[in-house]
Design a protein around this ligand. Structure first.
Ligand code: AMP
Length: 645
């Protein structure tokens, strides 16, 4: 593959010609207790990196910096939507982590044991993650916005003995009571949990089950000794497991290791994000997601940055909140999601004008495509084109970015709507489901042709599923199947079209959901859009669109017509829209991804299936109501007359 930028091309070539040498040089940037005997071994489908090397991810995040005299440098800034702030230096953070590590050992937790963390993004949760990894145990963080069903599924899949939770988490001015959700999850029989540890933050009335539940202070008192050690781990031993965002009832737990994972996220922290120890880095995600693991906790600390953790809703107490945080703490880099950008876009750029954003050097976005209009708003209206806003692509399984702008090495021109180019060390291709390579411009499935260090080498307890779900989906090609539909352009940029199984097939054309949504967002009244295909006797499928308007706009037949015209102008007559529904919110996962399969169920008049990970169940009812109303309008009228073409 030829990339437009000569520096990026050189890095790419170095990695392709000698991948093992390339990644060994990257690994040399990190401290090791003992170096590897072999760089890489691939026993298809699984693989190992840095075989025989000894390390510890949590040690490298803390002790390594303290030993080189950085103990007084701020490691963690915690803020919540109530205005509370707590700061920890590297030395203070290690002190707390050591106490927790000793308590975990006092509770009988040993190397290889799993614990579940169902806690808000608070300092204790971050410390607990680091303490777990420090003693060689394995954490499984479950997002504290999930309900009891999703929680018990993940507890059972991990086989955890301990569950850590808090009395409450803060969300939009409310307290969400977490402990009760744990109680309800544990009513299910057949799980392995023996103890629940509760961090009490505000409430005196936490229901506790005697013999099973203890408070955080009692947990700390279980420390058998003042143990200040750490466990040396072989590079391929797991540091943590984390459920993928797949929405099947049985969660898949991706494994991330001490060695390869460190090398991958550290390298991409430098090459893609240009992270440096002088950074005040703010990733607006949550520890419940991989972004929170890799770019709130582990990579910023591996690099020696100050990482900022914010608990709460970004627009609470008001839409000025995120911009005020940037000014107050001198934030230099932001990692956020398109959903967050679109949320703030609803309020316009006014709130950002009240703060001084001059400390900010760059903004990154991932999780979904950063549609061109949302990019333009942030880049031009809010940031006055002074600093770059860059999309990049990855998955829970990849641990860190795969496609992006190699900003830390050389900045490539931003093409709004594209996620960028393959980052150094990433060998990717676009293929048909049969394994034929697609030409530039031709849509196919994004595949990864060779493992890189932070790619998950296993699914916890499911070796067969790992092979079948990722490496054997395209017959005889031995490539990793990402499940995303995309095309490459002549300059090597990747353009995502949506999940491969959600592509809409209209007559002979295959249109990605993202392409239609991006077109809809071009209308100035629209802030969000989610689309799906529904069967049509003439064309095979036509588009059903669900549209959220910005503040100050009301749905009307005229506005509907205008949006339809925008789609037609952007995509041409092939994008046949069967119905366009106005709603106040879209069904989204708790991580902000539009649940298009729920929209599909709505327009097919079916039950939505598993919605344990949904942000707001009310969104399903709303979509259903809008669709029923629309159906009543279009019933009896031939499809030809209601479509936009
Ligand atoms: P998760 O494992 O929850 O991080 O979700 C990974 C999925 O999110 C990917 O397979 C894509 O479908 C989607 N995704 C992540 N980043 C992007 C991006 N920049 N552009 C388009 N889709 C993205």
């Amino acid at each position: 593959m030829e990339l437009i930028n000569p520096i990026a091309q050189r890095w790419h070539r170095k990695a392709t010609l000698d991948p093992e040498g390339f990644w060994a040089r990257a690994a040399d940037q990190l401290p090791w207790f003992r170096k590897w005997d072999r760089v890489f071994e691939w026993n298809f489908p699984t693989f190992r990196w840095f075989l025989g090397a000894q390390t510890n991810l949590a040690y490298n995040c803390l002790d390594y910096h303290i030993n080189r005299g950085w103990g007084g440098h701020t490691a963690l800034i915690y803020i919540n939507e109530r205005g509370e702030r707590r700061l920890f230096t590297y030395a203070q953070l290690r002190h707390e982590v050591e106490r927790i590590a000793a308590a975990l050992r006092g509770m009988g937790i040993q190397k290889g044991d799993r614990i579940t963390i169902y806690m808000p993004l608070c300092p204790e949760a971050v410390m607990l993650m680091l303490a777990t990894v420090r003693i060689g145990a394995i954490h499984s963080v479950v997002f504290a916005g999930f309900g009891a069903g999703a929680l018990i599924d993940r507890i059972q899949a991990s086989g955890s003995r301990l569950v850590f939770t808090a009395d409450v988490t803060f969300r939009k001015g409310k307290e969400v009571r977490l402990k009760e959700i744990v109680d309800s999850a544990l009513e299910t029989t057949g799980h392995s949990v023996t103890q629940v540890i509760v961090l009490r933050r505000t409430r005196d009335d936490v229901p506790m089950t005697p013999g099973r539940d203890i408070f955080w202070s009692e947990f700390l008192a279980r420390a058998a000794d003042q143990w200040g050690g750490y466990i040396s781990m072989e590079a391929n031993e797991p540091a943590y497991i984390l459920a993928t965002s797949g929405t099947t009832a049985k969660p898949k737990l991706a494994v991330h290791t001490h060695g390869g994972y460190s090398v991958g996220i550290y390298s991409m922290g430098r090459w893609c994000f240009n992270m440096r120890p002088t950074d005040v880095w703010w990733s607006t995600s949550d520890i419940g997601w991989v972004v929170g693991h890799s770019y709130i906790v582990y990579a910023p600390l591996l690099i020696g940055c100050t990482t900022l953790a914010y608990e709460g809703a970004l627009d609470h107490p008001g839409p000025e909140t995120p911009w005020q945080i940037v000014e107050e703490f001198g934030v230099t880099g932001i990692f956020t999601s398109p959903t967050a950008v679109r949320l703030l876009m609803r309020y316009g750029e006014g709130p950002s004008r009240k703060s001084n954003l001059s400390s900010l050097e760059r903004v990154f976005c991932a999780g979904e495509v950063l549609n061109a209009p949302a990019w333009e708003w942030l880049q031009k209206q809010v940031l006055n084109d002074q600093i770059p806003v860059m999309d990049h692509w990855w998955q829970t399984e990849t641990g860190g970015p795969v496609i992006g702008n190699p900003y830390g090495l050389t900045m490539i021109p931003i093409k709004p709507g594209s996620a960028g180019i393959p980052l150094p060390g990433m060998e990717i291709a676009i293929m048909t489901p049969e394994g034929e390579l697609c030409a530039p411009g031709e849509k196919g499935i994004l595949v990864i042709q060779r493992p890189f260090p932070s790619l998950t080498p296993a699914l916890w307890g499911e070796p067969e599923r790992y092979g079948w779900d990722y490496w054997k989906r395209i017959p005889n090609k031995n490539v990793y199947f990402t499940g995303d539909s995309a095309h490459l352009d002549e300059d090597g940029y990747v353009w995502f079209a949506g999940r491969a199984d959600e592509v809409i097939k209209i007559a002979a054309h295959r249109i990605g959901t993202i392409e239609v949504e991006s077109a809809i967002l071009k209308h100035p009244a629209v802030t969000e859009a989610g689309v799906t295909g529904r069967p049509d006797p003439v064309r095979g499928e036509i588009i059903s669109a669900f549209v959220v308007l910005k503040h100050g706009y009301e749905p009307s037949p005229q506005l509907r017509q205008e949006v339809l015209e925008t789609i037609r102008r952007e995509l041409g007559p092939v994008a046949v829209v069967g119905d366009l529904n106005f709603v106040n919110m879209l069904p989204k996962t708790r991580s902000g991804k539009i649940m298009r399969r729920v929209l599909k169920a709505v327009v097919l008049d079916k039950e939505p299936g598993d919605i344990t990970t949904i942000e707001d169940e009310g969104s399903v009812g709303e979509a259903r109501q809008a669709w029923q109303q629309m159906k009543a309008e279009i019933t009896g009228i031939p499809a030809e007359d209601v479509i936009s073409s």
